[in-house]
Design a protein around this ligand. Structure first.
Ligand SMILES: [Zn+2]
Length: 255
């Protein structure tokens, strides 16, 4: 009887400690600590920065940093994020655990205003905030895939790590993508960016997707209509947040 009770408690304890809750209230499997993920994120960021030309100064670097800083300023705790602009035609951006943001110059041709760029950065940062990488990693571990094989692992929006070699690509799920969309919209609104920009951004993305070089950012993301209507449904909640932020003096002017 006692033995049985112990076993049950042990199992229960294991399950409880492996469960986290996303900012939108979804329960998540979490078998890896924030510290471990931060370490992996830092290593991955270094690898990417070694292999992709970095734009360290000038208008583009200043502009992207201005938008990124305004967005991350709204995050709890560590708001000191590293921001790098990579010279590449890829229409993509990413954020990594440990506080790293990468934006490709190709994105700036599609995200043409500060509100649209804040949409993408808000989305990427929200993946980190909601511990989506740790969740993907834990799901892989739970299914028995590669707990020993995977040395360096993280989740990013597609293709970032093709360039980084040696880092396993874990794509985010659709659920995670939708969650990052909504959290990102909340975040940009709190920072004083117009959430209407999110609608325009994804319309621009949809248009770019019909071109000869479709945005990598779209490849695992929900369909345009699904995503845009979900964002539109959230606008009535976030527009007052945006207006309040403006009243409180949050009026980013990045150019
Ligand atoms: Zn995403």
């Amino acid at each position: 009887m006692h033995t049985r009770l112990y076993i049950t408690s042990a199992v229960l304890l294991a399950l409880v400690s492996a469960c986290a809750t996303s900012p939108l209230g979804r329960s998540q499997l979490s078998l890896v600590s924030d510290e471990e993920m931060a370490q992996v994120g830092g290593q991955a960021f270094q690898q990417i920065a070694q292999k992709t030309p970095v734009i360290g100064s000038g208008t583009e670097a200043r502009y992207v940093t201005c938008v990124a800083n305004a967005v991350t300023h709204e995050l709890p705790g560590n708001s000191n994020w590293e921001v790098k602009v990579f010279k590449s035609d890829e229409i993509n951006a990413f954020a990594l655990p440990g506080g790293h943001i990468g934006v490709y110059t190709g994105l700036l041709k599609v995200a043409t205003t500060q509100d649209q760029l804040a949409t993408v950065i808000g989305h990427e940062v929200s993946h980190v905030l909601a511990r989506h990488s740790a969740e993907r990693y834990s799901q892989q571990m739970a299914t028995g895939i590669g707990s020993e094989v995977i040395g360096l692992v993280t989740g990013v929006d597609p293709s970032v790590f093709n360039a980084a070699g040696g880092v396993l690509l874990l794509r985010f799920s659709r659920t995670q993508e939708s969650e990052a969309d909504l959290l990102g919209l909340d975040l940009m609104s709190r920072a004083g960016f117009d959430p209407n920009g999110a609608i325009t951004l994804w319309q621009n993305m949809a248009r770019a997707a019909k071109g000869d070089k479709p945005p990598e950012l779209l490849s695992t993301h929900p369909s345009d209509e699904t995503r845009i209507s979900a964002l539109q449904a959230r606008l009535p909640q976030d527009l007052p947040v945006y207006e309040q932020a403006r009243k409180n003096g949050k009026r980013p002017q990045c150019s």
